[in-house]
Design a protein. Structure first.
Length: 384
């Protein structure tokens, strides 16, 4: 069975959803022909076969192009059995095409795309989720959000994002990595991700980092990521400037290092060089952390995770075994958890070892792709 994927989020855009869709489509191509219709790219990008891009920027040109190109692809390729949406944003496009050509409609949801408060977005996109043949949630938390939007339980499936454990276990020269960033003999707290407000990085610097450094002075906080300028919902937030302002006010300019976007290889080297990965996400009504891919990547690198117990993060971090979860807004507990790991090598190793084994066992992309394959096969078998 072939698959038509329609997604606004796709490389070269950067982010957790883009990474997920890229790996998912690549994995499915092992057994299926996968067509992808996606948004305009500002610069040339080496596409996989059967990838089509909107010729103009913007949501409306993308929607018009997706319907036109999708109809052509479906008319020419009768083996396509599923029209697959990369987020709730694409639900009306998926339903129009799937119903017009009598194919199955499947949409992958991530959290914020379900609760985004704009009235017309809810009216045009989210309300139609309940009519899809299957809605795939990235966490149990996101599945609960979908049920609140009247998606029936029997239409819901939870499939988490995946990770490639072998990529995060490659041998690297940690000393050379630290020397490159001029942080020899320093303990490293690491955050990776787009700097949306919900990530809580400004608040972590403002509330916890000073206390951590007072107890563990040789610590540095490395932040990989930029402002989410490509995001439809967060592009107006200048979180980088907010972090810089808080660090300056707190006298932490030398301890806070904003590295911006780095290559995937450099990101992996920094994961391996760090001592602890933090995800101090905020508990916001208008924005949610649907899963927390940084926790999964840190786990794959064998690093302990300290995170707030919000959104879908508890699916990614097994509290007390692969990391430490603290209640939302409890910065005293967050500070204590980070310092406990920084100053107890045996504890850090035990948490990191368990996290890595769990990542290999439960979240490898090979296993996640197999789960998607079983779901797709159920459609194929039902149609015969």
């Amino acid at each position: 069975m072939d698959i038509l994927v329609i997604s606004w989020n796709y490389p070269p855009r950067r982010g957790g959803i883009e990474n997920l869709l890229d790996n998912l489509c690549s994995g499915l191509r092992g057994k299926h022909r996968v067509f992808v219709i996606t948004s305009f790219a500002k610069k040339p990008y080496p596409n996989a076969p059967d990838t089509f891009r909107a010729p103009l920027a913007g949501l409306i040109p993308f929607a018009v192009y997706a319907l036109w190109r999708g109809a052509l692809v479906l008319a020419r390729c009768r083996r396509i059995g599923v029209v697959f949406g990369g987020s709730a944003l694409t639900t009306p496009l998926v339903l129009i095409l799937s119903r017009s050509f009598r194919r199955r409609a499947v949409v992958l949801i991530h959290g914020l795309d379900v609760i985004h408060p704009k009235f017309f977005y809810q009216l045009l996109c989210v309300r139609w989720l309940k009519f899809c043949d299957r809605v795939i949630a990235n966490s149990n938390y996101t599945a609960a959000l979908a049920r609140l939007k009247a998606v029936a339980q029997q239409r819901l499936t939870v499939i988490p994002p995946g990770v490639q454990p072998e990529r995060f276990n490659i041998s690297t020269d940690v000393i050379a990595t630290k020397r490159h960033w001029n942080i020899e003999d320093r303990k490293i707290i690491l955050f990776v991700g787009r700097l949306a407000k919900r990530k809580g990085i400004k608040e972590f610097v403002e509330t916890s980092l000073g206390e951590i450094i007072r107890e563990t002075p040789e610590t540095v906080f490395l932040i990989i990521g930029d402002n989410p300028t490509d995001s439809l919902t967060h592009h107006h937030h200048d979180v980088v400037e907010e972090i810089n302002a808080v660090a300056s006010k707190s006298g932490l300019e030398k301890q806070v290092r904003l590295l911006g976007a780095v290559s995937n290889d450099e990101k992996i080297r920094l994961y391996q060089a760090c001592d602890v990965v933090v995800l101090p996400a905020l508990d916001l009504k208008e924005d949610v952390e649907g899963f927390g891919i940084v926790a999964l990547e840190g786990a794959a690198a064998g690093k302990p995770i300290v995170a707030m117990r919000v959104g879908g993060i508890p699916d990614a971090v097994e509290d007390g075994k692969g990391g430490i979860l603290v209640d939302p807004g409890d910065y005293r507990a967050l500070t204590g958890a980070v310092n406990a790991i920084l100053n107890d090598a045996a504890k850090a190793f035990a948490l990191g070892f368990y996290a890595r084994e769990r990542a290999k066992r439960d979240f490898s992309w090979n296993q996640i792709i197999a789960t998607y394959g079983q779901m797709l096969s159920s459609f194929d078998n039902a149609s015969k």
